[in-house]
Structures are given as structure tokens and as C-alpha cells.
Design a protein around this ligand. Structure first.
Ligand code: 6PG
Length: 248
């Protein structure tokens, strides 16, 4: 099933992008809680989302979301301890999770400190526990970044996880990073109700236009895998990243 055409929103500055992203996350959270009594979200790692998480935790924003009804997962994790500065969990904990009234049992982190294959298997079991019987898990929102090489979560070009059709979470050694990662597979991206990409900075201009307007080549540009599924995809980008987009 090919997803409806993605909604592309271009923001004048990185801060405008942050404000826009906070508004979208808040809107999706409120709608999910109203419709299904909870909001299931998978957070993105890397640097772009951090100011969005910090703003979500700001007093003027935090009380717009019923945090006790939010279930937080992570789209991928570096295979490091949760205290490591590389940990996506640590970044989100510092920027958001420790700043809002989110019950500890609602935060589902990937065991970065564990054997990667075990961490992936355990994470799938945790998802099964939280989402059953509605499987595969249809996240209300998966937040995503875009790497300069076209990767998203830890679906890197030419890696085995790109071709995973059954498992929801896998581990893989990412040679270009020289490190193990645990990542959502395309199965979860396809099942999600909403995908939101956050892309900022001139260094993403080339890859963004290749992903959105170039030939479909997901082995080379894994972010293109999000074209399948029947949910809604938003690309929220700043003007610096959008300089090469065909906006006509
Ligand atoms: C990670 C992320 C990864 C990230 C992109 C973009 O673990 O690093 O999941 O997919 O979203 O690499 O990272 P930036 O936002 O830092 O450019």
C-alpha cells in the first residue's frame, strides 16, 4: 500500500521548525488520547529533535499533553549504556522525560547496554505487551530524523534491516558508524498512523531533495521506505534544508 503523498512543511528558521513540531506532536497526542485513550510515540535520536523535546517540556507546552496517557518508545538506539553521551534515551531523558509527569512505567527504552540481539528481541516482547492484541504495533506517531546518507532510525544504506519483512525490531552492525545499533524495521514504519520527519540545516538540502524527489532507491536512500503504508507522513523542514526542493 503506497502512503498518501507526504505533507511537506517548510519553516523559515530552525526555531520556527521547533515550534511547528511541538504543535504537531501536541495535536497528535491530544487526538490519540481523545480517540483511543492513549498516545503511543517513538522518539527520534540524533541532534535535530532535542530542542523539540526541550520545548515540549516547557511550562507553557507541557500541560497541553496528558503525559500519564503517553507511552514512549524509541525508534532506534546506539548499543551503549543509558548513561552514555551517545545514548538516544539519555538525550530524551534529559531534554523531556525527566521534565514532565510521565510515569516511569510508560517509558520503554531499548537495552543499549545489553547484547544487541537480545535487546532487539526484548524490545519486541515489550511492544507486544503494550500493543496486543492490535499487532503489528501501529504507533500514533514515529518521529524520524534524516541522516546525510539518507538513513532514518538506524536503517542505513545497504544494511540487512532494510529488507526485514517480519520482525519489528532488529540489531545490526553499522559499518559506516563502526557500531552496533538496535532499530525499528520498515514493518513498524509501514504500520504507523503518523510519521513525522524533522530535518534542519543546509547540510541536509541535497539528501532531502534526493529522498523526496529523486528516483525510488531505498537501498541507497532508506528514508524512502516510508513511502509504503497507509498512514500520514509529514516532512517538517527548515528553509536551509529546503533550498533544493522543487516547491512549484
Ligand atoms: C540516531 C537517529 C538517526 C538520526 C539521523 C539524523 O540514532 O542518530 O535515530 O536516524 O535521526 O542520523 O540525525 P541529526 O538529527 O543529528 O542530523
Amino acid at each position: 500500500m503506497t502512503r498518501p503523498a507526504p505533507q511537506i512543511s517548510i519553516y523559515p528558521t530552525a526555531d520556527d521548525l521547533v515550534q511547528g513540531a511541538v504543535a504537531v506532536v501536541t495535536e497528535l497526542a491530544q487526538a490519540a488520547v481523545a480517540a483511543r485513550g492513549r498516545f503511543t510515540v517513538a522518539l527520534a535520536g540524533g541532534g535535530t529533535p532535542r530542542p523539540v523535546y526541550e520545548q515540549l517540556a516547557a511550562p507553557e507546552c507541557a500541560d497541553r499533553i496528558a503525559w500519564d496517557k503517553v507511552q514512549v518508545f524509541f525508534g532506534d538506539e546506539r548499543c551503549v549504556p543509558p548513561t552514555d553521551e551517545q545514548s538516544n534515551y539519555r538525550m530524551a531523558r534529559e531534554a523531556l522525560l525527566d521534565q514532565v509527569p510521565l510515569p516511569a512505567e510508560n517509558v520503554h527504552r531499548i537495552g543499549g547496554e545489553d547484547d544487541p540481539a537480545k535487546a532487539a528481541a526484548d524490545y519486541e516482547l515489550e511492544m507486544r505487551r503494550v500493543f496486543a492484541p492490535a499487532l503489528p504495533p501501529a504507533f500514533d506517531l514515529i518521529l524520524l530524523g534524516l541522516g546525510g546518507d539518507g538513513h532514518t532510525v538506524s536503517l542505513f544504506p545497504g544494511t540487512p534491516a532494510l529488507r526485514e519483512k517480519d520482525r519489528w525490531v532488529v540489531s545490526q552492525f553499522v559499518a559506516v558508524m563502526g557500531a552496533w545499533r538496535v532499530t525499528f524495521t520498515p514493518v513498524l514504519l509501514e504500520a504507523a498512523r503518523n510519521l513525522v520527519f524533522l530535518v534542519a540545516g543546509a547540510d541536509k538540502a541535497d539528501v532531502l531533495t534526493r529522498v523526496l524527489h529523486g528516483p525510488y532507491q531505498p537501498e541507497v536512500l532508506p528514508a524512502q521506505l516510508t513511502r509504503s503504508g497507509d498512514g500520514h507522513t509529514r516532512w517538517m523542514v527548515d528553509a536551509a534544508a529546503a533550498t533544493k526542493l522543487e516547491t512549484g
